[in-house]
Design a protein. Structure first.
Length: 306
């Protein structure tokens, strides 16, 4: 095996560089062809992963959080070599939302055993067209969930909240500030060419995976390899209702509740009046209008057997 690690040194509150370097000799002993690089800026992981795939790596390992994983996946897809180069992850202190299903190791010392024993699986990915922060039309791949509305505002506030109290506290405080600030927007949602929803909207989740936002089981029946998105819409939900639904969503119990709608489809379009902020795999990337299309079997991932 010829693995290449893309390491985000700022992950795990800056501890990830040391974590990786402490086990690098162990990884190299198992895989003498090991290569690695540290990211230096946002989106740098895309460039590193694409080049690693073109240079012949048969697996590129994202070492960091869900954002790093997304960028590495984007780089592999851009390389055109997803049939040959698999995606893997050495997560931080938690496996992240995608890793809850993929089974990525969270302890660095387990990464060698994981790489040796894992099996290659083809999964779907999403391609999202949106408007970036500079007002330009962009495209970006995603593995897990693209969402619009209140989650985008929560993401913006979380990233501007001081981390001095710790990651969990900043998540809670930022989320609360985002919920308080958000106002439902008029949105129109079309799925596979058919109108699905139009009116005041709290949130839209276009899900390839089950979990997002730190463990909310937003799409309990979603599968990575079924060729469709699970689309979840919270309609004209008030703040207290959103908090209640989010609490239920940790166990996937929001199904069937008033103002919550589900459907499935391979293409989802969302338009809004006002800035509906877009979160992709935990990263705030821009705003609506968006168009998401499923890329069936577009990525190879190393997952633990079984």
């Amino acid at each position: 095996m010829k693995p290449f690690f893309v390491v985000n040194p700022h992950s795990s509150c800056g501890a990830n560089r040391g974590r990786f370097l402490s086990i690098e000799p162990q990884i190299r002993a198992a895989f003498p062809a090991l290569g690695y690089a540290f990211t230096e800026a946002p989106l740098h992981a895309i460039e590193l992963a694409e080049q690693a795939a073109r240079d012949g790596a048969d697996v590129v390992v994202a070492s960091g959080g869900d954002g790093t994983l997304n960028e590495v996946a984007c780089g592999l897809i851009a390389s055109g070599r997803t049939e040959y180069t698999a995606l893997a992850m050495m997560a931080g202190s938690t496996a992240g939302d995608f890793g809850r299903i993929a089974g990525f190791p969270t302890e660095p010392q387990n990464v060698v055993a994981y790489l040796l024993a894992a099996e290659r699986r083809s999964i779907d990915s999403g391609m999202l067209e949106f408007v970036n922060r500079d007002g330009k039309e962009c495209r970006r791949s995603f593995l897990n969930v693209a969402s619009l509305g209140i989650t985008g505002v929560m993401d913006r506030y979380m990233r501007s909240t001081s981390k001095t109290l710790g990651r969990k506290a900043s998540f809670v405080v930022g989320s609360a500030r985002g919920i308080w600030a958000y106002r439902n927007l008029q949105m129109r949602i079309v799925v596979d060419g058919r109108p699905f929803h139009e009116g005041p909207t709290c949130m839209v989740a276009i899900a390839n995976g089950k979990y997002f936002f730190g463990g909310l089981r937003i799409a309990p029946e979603a599968k990575f390899d079924d060729g469709v998105f699970d689309v979840v819409v919270f309609e004209d939900v008030k703040k207290a209702e959103f908090v209640s639904l989010a609490s239920l969503a940790y166990d996937g119990r929001h199904h069937g509740k008033p103002k919550v709608r589900f459907t499935r489809g391979a293409e989802v379009e969302v338009e809004s009046i006002g800035d509906a902020l877009v979160d992709v795999d935990g990263e705030l990337v821009g705003r609506a209008p968006v168009r998401a299309t499923i890329q069936a079997g577009g990525l190879t991932v190393l997952m633990p057997r079984g």
